[in-house]
Design a protein around this ligand. Structure first.
Ligand code: AMP
Length: 395
C-alpha cells in the first residue's frame, strides 16, 4: 500500500481529495473541525517535504452552485489549524482553478470550491475527472468518508495518475485498522453489534463470522434473536419477518465456533421516553406493555467479562437508546469496558455510525485504539465490499 510517506513531494504539487464535509453553524462557522484535523498529517507531510497542496472536497448536498455550501466558509478554520494562510479559488475546474494551481509555490495550500457544485462529480464523469487531474502532479486520496463512492474525485480521477497516486495517512490508517480486525486480529477477536435493526447488520454478520471468536449482540436488534428462541419480549423492537434469519445466524455462528452473547437482562420502560417508568426484567420474560431500551446490570457485567478477555475488539452500534440519559448506562458501561481492555493492550476499533457518536458523547474517543471517520465507508468495509476509492489507488 503506497502512502504519502513513500513519496518525496519536493517541488511536487499534490492534488488531495480530502473529506471536509463538516457541519457549519448559523454564521457559517465550522461547528466540528474533526474532519479537517484528520487531514492535517497528510498535508503537513507534503509541505514539510517542500511540496504544495491543492485540496478538493465536497460539502453537503448542494443542488448546484449554492453559497450555503461554499468551501470558502472553511478557510478561517483551515488557516488556524494549518498555521499557513491557504488560498481559495471559487471554482474547482477550468481556467480559473488551473491558473490558481499554477501560481502555487512550494509550502503553499490552495482550497478549491465545492466539487458537488458540478453534478459530474457524483456521476463519476470522466471528462470532469480529467479536468480535475490537471491541478496536480500526484493524486492523493485521504477521504475515507467518501471512499465507498465511485465519484469523479474519489475514484475515476486515479486513472489519470497511473504512476503517481497514493493513499493519504488518514485513509491508510482506516484501511489498516479494518485489516487489524478482519485479517490479522489477535485472538480472541470480539465483535459487538448493536443498533436498532437486524436487517441493517445481516451482511456485516455474514462477513465477520469467519474473522471472530465472540459476537456480542445488543440494542434493539437483540430482541429479534430472543423472540426467535421463544422468549417473551413485550413491546420491544422486533422484526417479525427476520425470526428465521436470526435462528439461521445462530446456527451458522455455532458451525463456525463463534460464541454468541445475547442480553440476559434488560432495562425496560413503559414508553419510549426519557421520563418513562422503568424496571429490570430477564430479557426473555418482558411483560406486554414494556419495551427493552437498554441492557441490564447482569448483561453489562457479562459483556465486560468477554471484552476483558479479548485481544481485538470491533464495536458497531449502541446497546441501548443512548441518546436518552435514562437508557445510556449500558452503552457507557460497554464503552468503559472496551477502554479498559484497550489500556491493557487490546486493539479496539469503533466504527460505522452511532457507536462513534456514543464514544464522542461519553468522552471515550481517545481511549479507543481507533475511531473511524467514515460511517457508510466503514459499514461497507465490514460487509466485505471493496471500496471504489481504495481500489482506484491499488489498481
Ligand atoms: P443503527 O443505526 O442501526 O446502529 O441504530 C442506532 C440506533 O439504535 C440508536 O439511535 C439507538 O437509539 C437505537 N437503539 C439501540 N437500542 C435500542 C433499543 N433497545 N430499542 C430501540 N432502539 C434502540
Amino acid at each position: 500500500m503506497i502512502t504519502v510517506n513513500d513519496i518525496n513531494f519536493k517541488n511536487q504539487c499534490a492534488l488531495i481529495r480530502v473529506d471536509f464535509n463538516v457541519p457549519l453553524d448559523g454564521q457559517f462557522k465550522v461547528a466540528d473541525a474533526t474532519r479537517i484535523e484528520a487531514a492535517l498529517p497528510t498535508i503537513q507531510k507534503i509541505l514539510n517535504d517542500g511540496g504544495r497542496c491543492v485540496l478538493m472536497s465536497h460539502l453537503g448536498r448542494p443542488p448546484g452552485n449554492d453559497n450555503n455550501c461554499s468551501l470558502k466558509h472553511l478557510l478561517p478554520t483551515l488557516n488556524v489549524l494549518l498555521g499557513v494562510e491557504a488560498a481559495f479559488v471559487p471554482s474547482c475546474v477550468g481556467d480559473e482553478a488551473e491558473f490558481a494551481a499554477s501560481k502555487l509555490t512550494n509550502g503553499q495550500v490552495l482550497l478549491l470550491e465545492n466539487l458537488r457544485f458540478h453534478p459530474e462529480e457524483t456521476h463519476g464523469d470522466k471528462g470532469f475527472a480529467q479536468k480535475l487531474s490537471k491541478l496536480g502532479d500526484v493524486y492523493v486520496n485521504d477521504a475515507f468518508g467518501t471512499a465507498h463512492r465511485a465519484h469523479a474525485s474519489t475514484a475515476i480521477i486515479a486513472n489519470y495518475f497511473p504512476n503517481s497516486k497514493c493513499f493519504g495517512l488518514l485513509l491508510a490508517k482506516e484501511i489498516e485498522s479494518i485489516a487489524k480486525v478482519m485479517e490479522h486480529g489477535k485472538k480472541p477477536v470480539t465483535a459487538i453489534l448493536g443498533g436498532a435493526k437486524v436487517s441493517s447488520k445481516i451482511t456485516i454478520i455474514d462477513n465477520i463470522l469467519d474473522a471472530i471468536d465472540h459476537l456480542i449482540i445488543g440494542g434493539g436488534m437483540a430482541y429479534t434473536f430472543i423472540k426467535a428462541q421463544g422468549g417473551s419480549i413485550g413491546d420491544s423492537l422486533v422484526e417479525n419477518d427476520k425470526l428465521d434469519l436470526a435462528l439461521s445466524i445462530l446456527e451458522r455462528a455455532k458451525e463456525k465456533h463463534v460464541t454468541i452473547h445475547l442480553p440476559i437482562d434488560t432495562l425496560v420502560a413503559d414508553a419510549f421516553s426519557e421520563d418513562a417508568q422503568t424496571a429490570f426484567f430477564p430479557t426473555n420474560e418482558i411483560p406486554n406493555g414494556w419495551m427493552g431500551l437498554d441492557i441490564g446490570p447482569k448483561t453489562r457485567a457479562h459483556f465486560a467479562e468477554v471484552i476483558a478477555l479479548s485481544k481485538t475488539i470491533l464495536w458497531n452500534g449502541p446497546v441501548g437508546v443512548f441518546e436518552m440519559e435514562a437508557f445510556a448506562g449500558g452503552t457507557i458501561a460497554l464503552g468503559r469496558a472496551i477502554a479498559e481492555a484497550t489500556k491493557k493492550g487490546a486493539f479496539s476499533l469503533v466504527g460505522g455510525g452511532d457507536s462513534v457518536a456514543a464514544v464522542k458523547q461519553f468522552n471515550l474517543s481517545d481511549q479507543m485504539s481507533y475511531v473511524s471517520t467514515g460511517g457508510g465507508a466503514m459499514l461497507e468495509s465490514l460487509e466485505g465490499k471493496v471500496l471504489p476509492g481504495v481500489a482506484a489507488i491499488l489498481s
